[in-house]
Design a protein around this ligand. Structure first.
Ligand SMILES: Cc1cc2nc3c(=O)[nH]c(=O)nc-3n(C[C@H](O)[C@H](O)[C@H](O)COP(=O)(O)OP(=O)(O)OC[C@H]3O[C@@H](n4cnc5c(N)ncnc54)[C@H](O)[C@@H]3O)c2cc1C
Ligand SMILES: *[C@@H]1O[C@H](CO)[C@@H](O)[C@H](O)[C@H]1NC(C)=O
Ligand SMILES: *[C@@H]1O[C@H](CO)[C@@H](O)[C@H](O)[C@H]1NC(C)=O
Ligand SMILES: *[C@@H]1O[C@H](CO)[C@@H](O)[C@H](O)[C@H]1NC(C)=O
Ligand SMILES: *[C@@H]1O[C@H](CO)[C@@H](O)[C@H](O)[C@H]1NC(C)=O
Ligand SMILES: *[C@@H]1O[C@H](CO)[C@@H](O)[C@H](O)[C@H]1NC(C)=O
Ligand SMILES: *[C@@H]1O[C@H](CO)[C@@H](O)[C@H](O)[C@H]1NC(C)=O
Length: 545
């Protein structure tokens, strides 16, 4: 079995030009080693390679598309996997792929597959408004600084509110009912892709991470460009354990291969390492490398990791400041005519009509899960807090509003490490402040009042009052701020782990580019903001001599 898997791996990676395990490869020669092939890692590595640098991208998982080696194809099309087809994004969770792709060692949900969270997510693609950067990001990261990075991203990965190539929207029953409702209560219809700054009492057709009727994202929109370059290598099935340091200098990376072997990849003397393992895994890599609160490094040591000698530990507030969007569920029975799609018949191809349309790049399978997205804000204590509602059918005439509390929230939590090497939640990031609790209650009460007004004909289901809806709280899976960027050096009682060039304080050549460094949460789903920050960070790092 092991041998078979190894054989499969070797074929798989050599087919896409990656390093075959066991073979000798250049050592001491990489200008950049990027750890983690999620959206941040792929974008950063691709931009480095494009600039002529010699780049190694290390990813612990495997490829989710046929082009990147996956063989779990659809019964009705051997060139596609379930993650490719937008209309199947709701079905991926019920396939074996989910278990294969979701990390088992993180404090909350994250994906351990090439493409990271963007490979498995519901594809909601929110272009961030200017204020998301202008409020709390440091100088050099305000919207006027990062706008060109956003333009570079959108040029390759714009998102779409109208993916079907016949120019039609499909399955619009929910949109009809809910847009009428919002129109009656005085909200405004906007195009969220074209009007990103409109985030108060507005609704829109959903914007999805879709290009050419397929799931987009860096695996499709950046990686192929890098793979054309001789100075770029992707190595999958390679889990980074820790950095090897000589004081403030990173000299190598210890990895565990798919077959369980440990190996050290040496870095060129001028080389740099970029951690892009995601906000819940990058902290582990830092703790394992002697960077973070003393308590966490000691846990890493006790769990068997070879950490640097005590005098080389760098005391930084890694893991402190964890943020996420909390989700509240509001389930509404309407008088509309719409129903839940049947993922099974779409997966197995028995829904012949929709499959046939999709072959012509049309129809409901070209669309994501949601049918309407709204935004609003409130201010109960002098602080403006934003909300996003992603609305999808959940039964006959029944819809579920996934209501996120977003930009402006004031709560944060803490991520630590346990003896098994898992990152764990030491303090929840949700509703920790009185202001956040009051604001969330006020928002929910407002929604209940509008939804249950007699003229609507709507009825709440499952959660029928404010406290029940507050109690439905789940993770938004938009983790940030576990290695915060800022000018207040965390070694000297500040709150920041990386400087405004994304370099880790107290190191010469270690950078972080992923959700960890975001000092604040965006107003909507986070992936577009993650990608913009990666574009901007790659440029800043390259500009540093
Ligand atoms: C189930 C789910 C649904 C979501 N829904 C949405 C949505 O609809 N819209 C939206 O905007 N956002 C959504 N998100 C959030 C979004 O996908 C993430 O915020 C984004 O992917 C984070 O990017 P990242 O680069 O910071 O890290 P990640 O995406 O977490 O990528 C990290 C990468 O590093 C790899 N890695 C980790 N540890 C190691 C190691 N030790 N060695 C080597 N490689 C390693 C991982 O395998 C992964 O590929 C969702 C996320 C999830 C998990
Ligand atoms: C898919 O690939 C894996 C190894 O990557 C292998 O074990 C499995 O047998 C393959 N499945 C099929 C149907 O080819
Ligand atoms: C790099 O060199 C180190 C030390 O010589 C060796 O242990 C390791 O196997 C080499 N790695 C690769 C990928 O060749
Ligand atoms: C496909 O899924 C549908 C809906 O669940 C089911 O009725 C049908 O039997 C399945 N067909 C096959 C070939 O698996
Ligand atoms: C649903 O109810 C609303 C409000 O009472 C009404 O305007 C609308 O016509 C109804 N729609 C249907 C399809 O019955
Ligand atoms: C809210 O609803 C729950 C059940 O969904 C019920 O147990 C609780 O008593 C209700 N609270 C109020 C204040 O009505
Ligand atoms: C550390 O920072 C906190 C909060 O910013 C402040 O209250 C405290 O006085 C500072 N301590 C030292 C030693 O500077």
């Amino acid at each position: 079995m092991k041998l078979l898997q190894l054989g499969g791996f070797a074929t798989l990676v050599s087919a896409i030009g990656a390093v075959v395990p066991g073979s000798t490869s250049e050592n001491h020669t990489y200008d950049y080693i990027v750890v983690g092939g999620g959206p941040s890692g792929i974008i950063t590595a691709e931009r480095f390679a494009e600039a002529g640098k010699k780049v190694l991208l290390l990813e612990r998982g495997f490829g989710p598309t046929v082009a990147t080696g996956a063989n779990e194809t659809l019964a009705w099309d051997p060139s596609l996997t379930p993650i490719d087809v937008p209309g199947l994004s709701t079905a991926v969770g019920s396939t074996d792929l989910w278990e294969k792709y979701i990390c088992t060692d993180t404090a909350g949900q994250a994906a351990c597959v090439l493409g990271g969270g963007v490979t498995v997510n519901y594809m909601v693609f929110v272009h961030p408004p200017d204020r998301d950067f202008n409020d709390k990001w440091p100088q050099g990261w305000k919207w006027h600084n990062v706008k060109s990075a956003a333009d570079r991203l959108y040029e390759r990965n714009m998102g779409s509110t109208l993916p079907s190539q016949d120019g039609k929207r499909y399955d619009q029953g929910l949109y009809t009912v809910l847009s009428n409702f919002f129109h009656r209560i005085g909200w405004k219809s906007v195009d969220m892709l074209i009007q990103p700054n409109e985030k108060h009492r507005v609704y829109s057709y959903p914007a999805w991470n879709i290009k050419d009727t397929m799931r987009a994202g860096p695996v499709r929109t950046y990686l192929p460009l890098a793979q054309k370059l001789p100075n770029f290598r992707l190595r999958m099935g390679t889990k980074v354990q820790r950095l090897v340091r000589s004081g403030s200098q990173i000299t190598g990376i210890e990895v565990e291969t798919a077959s369980g072997h440990s190996e050290v990849i040496m870095l060129a003397p001028h080389g740099r390492v970029v951690l892009a393992a995601g906000a819940l895994s990058t902290p582990r890599l830092l703790f394992n490398s002697g960077i973070g609160p003393k308590k966490q490094i000691e846990t890493a040591q006790k769990s068997g990791v070879t950490v640097p000698p005590l005098h080389e530990w760098i005391n930084l507030p890694v893991g402190v400041g964890l943020k996420d969007h909390p989700i509240f569920s509001i389930v509404v029975q309407t008088n509309g005519t719409f129903e839940m799609p049947d993922p099974e018949s779409l997966l197995n191809g028995t829904d012949v009509g929709d499959v046939q349309l999709y072959r012509h790049k049309q129809g409901v399978l070209t669309q994501g899960k949601h049918r309407l997205i709204f935004f609003t804000s409130n201010n109960v204590d002098g602080q403006t807090r934003y909300y996003q509602g992603s609305c999808a059918p959940s039964g006959d005439g029944e819809l579920t509003i996934t209501a996120y509390m977003t930009h402006g929230l004031t709560s944060s939590g803490v991520v630590g490490l346990d003896m098994n090497g898992n990152t764990v939640m030491e303090k929840s990031p949700y509703l920790q402040t009185a202001g956040d609790r009051k604001a969330a209650s006020a928002f929910i009460q407002y929604m209940i009042d509008e939804i249950t007004a007699p003229s609507t004909g709507f009825q709440l289901k499952t959660y029928t009052n404010t406290s029940a809806i507050l109690g439905s709280l789940t993770s938004g899976i938009h983790w940030t701020t576990t290695a915060k960027m800022g000018t207040d050096d965390g070694r000297h009682n500040g709150s920041s782990v990386v400087d405004t060039n994304t370099k880790v304080y107290g190191t010469d050549n270690l950078y972080i580019v992923d959700g960890s460094i975001h000092p604040d949460l965006p107003t909507g789903n986070i992936q577009a903001a993650i990608m913009i920050v990666a574009e901007a960070a790659a440029a800043k790092i390259l500009a540093q001599n």
